[in-house]
Design a binder for this molecule. Structure first.
Ligand code: RB5
Length: 114
């Protein structure tokens, strides 16, 4: 899959390690991304990071956003309040693929603890 813009990544402390694993995977695939933090497992507020990642989609600098928190649920609640963001919290690959294909989702929310 090719994108004309980077993928935005953002996470709170509960999703930090998953975000880092996703970065490694994207590096292997040669897919560009922009990392909006967080940068460690130190506790932060997930709505701040949902906003950072989603704003990059809203302003057109990133194609899509992947948001990681403990469950993915908090990130999806925050993301879906933002204009133009269609977020889905997914814990299986079928849902992740089809929310992109059938719902035109532009935000994938994943749980680092599930
Ligand atoms: C943080 O401890 C945790 O509550 C958060 O990552 C997330 O799971 C919220 O939905």
């Amino acid at each position: 899959m090719k994108f004309d813009k980077p993928i935005a990544l953002a996470a709170d402390h509960g999703g930090y390690e998953l975000k880092e694993a996703i970065k490694a995977h994207l590096n292997e695939l040669g897919i560009a991304y922009t990392d909006f933090g967080t940068d460690s497992t130190a506790s932060v507020d997930y709505p701040d990071y949902a906003a950072k990642g989603c704003k990059a989609v809203q302003d057109g600098s990133c194609a899509l956003v992947i948001l990681c928190c403990g469950t993915g649920v908090g990130m999806s609640m925050c993301a879906n309040k933002m204009q133009g963001i269609r977020a889905c919290c997914c814990s299986d690959t079928f849902s992740a693929e089809f929310t992109r294909r059938h719902n035109n989702a532009n935000a994938l929310c994943l749980g680092g603890r599930v």
